[in-house]
Design a protein around this ligand. Structure first.
Ligand SMILES: [Zn+2]
Length: 248
């Protein structure tokens, strides 16, 4: 969707103007100190399926304190594509706030790209997706797809925050009884965090979540809070709820 019609879409939906770019372009470095972890030796899982295709996969366990994450990566990629390195992905996980990292059980790097067709018929490569479970197994999973062009490692943690937002925020807003407060906050602030937020109410929520958590503890947080006072207030309550809820 062109930027203009994205904005019109959300303006209609939520009565909001946009200041595009906060999340993607101006988000400061994360304030979170990287968590320490150990990584067991890789073991082989030959001829597993990935996106319905056979793939040669290896796996290990990343141990962050008492929390284990199963990490799966391809031994070889499909020709002509690139994927993040193990080090980039593990460092990004180490930078997540603990309550979010503990909400992830599996991180899987795909050897394949995943291209989606947008409503206006354009091809859009998918970068990352979060699933509450895969193949009937209730293990929250992040899948990072291969890309035709390399992506900067600095975007990894931010995108992880966004994807995790999709996974955990619905529950947080319901349990903490914040849905109507959130809708009122969006209308009251009258401004959205990025162009991408205009795609849907769910993307909007995930973008504010990523902005809130990536700027928390930095001077930029106060600036964003001035711009989005009500949204940051409700997001703060949702984050507080998540930080104190038992991990799933
Ligand atoms: Zn999203």
């Amino acid at each position: 969707m062109p930027a203009q019609s994205q904005q019109q879409f959300l303006s209609k939906l939520l009565g909001t103007d946009f200041r595009p770019g906060f999340v993607r372009e101006y988000a400061p470095p994360l304030s979170t100190a990287p968590a320490r972890f150990t990584c067991a030796p890789m073991t082989s899982e030959p001829w597993q399926q990935f996106q319905g295709r056979p793939a040669d996969i290896q796996r290990t366990t990343l141990r962050f304190g008492k929390h284990d994450i199963l990490y799966r990566e391809p031994v070889t990629l499909e020709p002509g594509v690139v994927q993040h390195s193990r080090e980039q992905v593990t460092q990004a996980l180490a930078q997540l706030p603990r309550f979010l990292r503990e909400a992830v059980s599996i991180v899987a790097l795909s050897p394949f790209t995943n291209v989606r067709t947008t409503p206006d018929g354009k091809s859009m490569p998918v970068y990352m997706e979060a699933f509450p479970g895969i193949a009937g197994v209730n293990e929250p999973t992040i899948v990072i797809y291969a890309q035709s062009e390399p992506r900067e490692a600095r975007g990894l943690t931010l995108t992880l925050l966004h994807e995790m937002g999709h996974l955990v925020l619905g529950r947080a807003l319901t349990e903490a009884n914040l849905h109507s407060k959130w809708d009122a906050a969006v209308k009251s602030d009258g401004m959205g965090p990025s162009q991408y937020a205009g795609v849907s109410a769910s993307e909007y929520l995930a973008e504010v979540f990523a902005l809130y958590l990536s700027s928390r503890g930095t001077p930029s947080f106060q600036e964003y809070r001035r711009l989005f006072p009500r949204q940051f207030e409700v997001m703060g309550a949702a984050v507080k709820h998540l930080e104190h809820a038992r991990p799933v």
